[in-house]
Design a protein around this ligand. Structure first.
Ligand SMILES: C[S@@+](CC[C@H](N)C(=O)[O-])C[C@H]1O[C@@H](n2cnc3c(N)ncnc32)[C@H](O)[C@@H]1O
Length: 268
């Protein structure tokens, strides 16, 4: 049976980041949100939307000893990891709660936070512009809205199997109504939700995976194809081929992954 013969059931539930939790847990506020940390004041209140396992969120909490941080996410598994990390690190001014970015206004009042942030979230969700608008609404006048999103991901040496996976991933994004490279144009969304150009700072940063970090990322990424298969977008044979290619590629000591992210920092 070809991928085209199957229905695309469950496409909205596909969550490729679920298999990359270990890689994401290596992120810190310093290496992943460098655009924001210089602006954080010790008394700030911060909302981190789509906080995942909370490693960036915890970094924010440590920068606001007299302030407070809330991390929200729709994945209980990630939230449990985040709460565990907070306890292990003895960070008390942070709270991790279940919360959907699309329903921010149901959970929080307007003008509540000094900073509302999202890292690698807008490009995974269905209505990113609406969510950015909500993020602006929850921010106090004079406060900041910030987001970092993927603009591209490069695997070196080149491997055609990864091109195939990217093709399926783009198709899935199209069907879900999400945009895979939001980091290229999130500044346009910021303008759309009411920030003036003079209020928007933008720039880029990178993520790099080599050695053990690369092998961890590749091990997670090699499994993503199977999710596409459940939605009928690829075949078992293709998934197995992609997984095998990842294994062979990751065994090469020179293999590396370079991620380019675009960020926005908007003053309300
Ligand atoms: C790529 S991970 C990024 C996690 C973390 N911000 C980081 O950079 O390490 C995307 C996260 O967004 C969360 N997410 C996806 N859709 C969401 C939504 N509608 N509301 C809140 N969180 C969401 C996922 O559960 C996941 O933890």
């Amino acid at each position: 049976m070809s991928a085209n013969d199957k229905p695309t059931r469950g496409v909205q539930e596909l969550r490729p980041y679920d298999v990359l939790t270990e890689s994401f847990a290596r992120r810190t506020a310093a290496n992943s949100a460098p655009y924001l940390i210089d602006f954080i004041k010790p008394t700030d209140s911060i909302l981190d939307v789509g906080c995942g396992s909370g490693s960036i969120t915890l970094g924010f909490a440590q920068l606001v000893p007299q302030g407070h941080v809330i991390g929200i996410d729709v994945t209980e598994k990630e939230l449990a990891l985040a709460r565990g990390a907070a306890t292990a690190q003895g960070v008390k001014n942070v709270e991790f709660r279940f919360g959907d970015a699309h329903k921010l206004l149901e959970d929080f009042e307007d003008d509540t936070f000094n900073i509302v942030h999202a890292h690698q979230v807008l490009f995974h969700i269905h209505e990113p512009v609406k969510v950015l608008r909500y993020m602006r609404q929850l921010t106090r006048p004079g406060g900041l809205v910030a987001s970092g999103d993927s603009a591209d991901l490069v695997f070196w040496p080149h491997n055609p199997a990864f091109d195939k996976q990217k093709e399926i991933w783009y198709k899935m994004c199209d069907m879900k109504g999400t945009v895979p490279n939001a980091g290229r144009f999130s500044h346009v969304w910021a303008r759309e939700v009411g920030f003036e150009w003079s209020q928007i700072q933008l720039g880029s940063k990178s993520e790099h995976y080599f050695g053990e970090a690369m092998r961890n990322f590749a091990a997670g990424a090699s499994k993503v194809g199977y999710m596409f298969r459940e939605a009928g977008m690829t075949t078992l044979e293709e998934c197995q081929e992609i997984e095998k290619s990842y294994k062979e590629w990751a065994a090469k000591p020179e293999s590396r992954i370079l991620g380019l992210d675009g960020w926005i920092l908007c003053r309300k």
